[in-house]
Design a protein around this ligand. Structure first.
Ligand SMILES: Nc1ncnc2c1ncn2[C@@H]1O[C@H](COP(=O)(O)OP(=O)(O)O)[C@@H](O)[C@H]1O
Ligand SMILES: [Mg+2]
Length: 253
């Protein structure tokens, strides 16, 4: 087992309820630098809520969240400053439709990173080049495939050099033939050292690329472990049932 780097994210005893509904019921989660931690679980199990809590888009009901040893769940924390350190990409509709894909990236670089127009343009083009879309820089999102849009959205987040990247089922809305190119980009980002917490239904990808897998069910972590062990030898009957169900569905497709 390789040596763990510094802990980037440490979620302790996290609870989240909406009115009287408990959605997250005591989540503990650690993510070390350069890791991919994959969150899996049925629809409604609380994956998006967990990601939104980490990004401070939801106020937590109890517990603590540490980013690089800083308690970001403290009421006095500068939330905008924290969000600048955490990138979040959703299932779909991430890009501003009225801006070209280059402008989608330069806007963030100028406003968040304070880059000049020329610097932002050069960086955006370099990032688009990395995903093979430099020749499409002036196109609007609706002229791109879903896979190209998602790769642009991920690069826009990466442009800000986040401490942590959150990906919420970024391939779920894509046609099956476009999923691979997005997963390939995530694999590249990991190779480059990006720390990623991702909700996903892509079991093969999670098995091959994630360092740690967390199975969430009803707002509780039912089982977790290193990817190979988790998929190779799941212990909990609910984990086994969930994996079988997803595989059956994938087989049907
Ligand atoms: N803003 C909200 N208000 C009330 N209930 C919510 C809200 N957001 C999520 N929930 C509920 O929390 C549960 C978990 O949802 P979610 O985190 O989206 O799960 P997942 O991403 O795993 O599908 C669901 O029962 C959902 O209805
Ligand atoms: Mg979700």
């Amino acid at each position: 087992m390789s040596e763990l780097g510094p802990m980037i994210l440490n979620v302790k005893g996290l609870h989240k309820s909406f009115e009287d509904k408990d959605v997250l019921k005591g989540i503990d989660l650690e993510l070390y630098r350069g890791q991919i931690v994959a969150l899996i679980g049925s629809s409604g199990s609380g994956k998006s809520t967990l990601l939104r809590c980490v990004n401070l888009l939801e106020e937590i009901s109890d517990g603590q969240i540490f980013l690089n040893d800083e308690d970001i769940s403290e009421p006095t924390i500068n939330q905008d400053e924290v969000r600048r350190q955490i990138g979040l990409v959703f299932q779909a509709y991430n890009l501003f439709a009225h801006l070209s894909i280059e402008e989608n990236i330069t806007l963030a670089l100028r406003h968040v990173k304070g880059l000049s127009t020329a610097e932002a343009k050069a960086k955006a083009l370099a990032l688009l080049d990395r995903i093979g879309l430099a020749d499409k820089a002036d196109e609007y999102p609706d002229k791109l495939s879903g896979g190209q849009q998602q790769r642009t959205a991920i690069m826009r987040a990466v442009a800000l050099e986040p401490t942590l990247l959150l990906l919420d089922e970024v391939t779920s809305a894509l046609d099956p033939e476009l999923v691979g190119e997005v997963l390939e980009l995530i694999r590249d980002l990991k190779a480059g050292g990006t720390s990623i917490l991702m909700a996903t239904h892509e079991l093969t990808f999670a098995r091959d690329v994630a360092d740690w897998v967390v199975f969430l069910d009803g707002g509780v972590i039912i089982e977790e472990g290193p990817a190979k062990e988790f998929f190779g030898n799941p212990q909990n009957p609910r984990t086994i049932e969930f994996l079988q169900r997803l595989r059956r569905r994938a087989g049907d497709a």
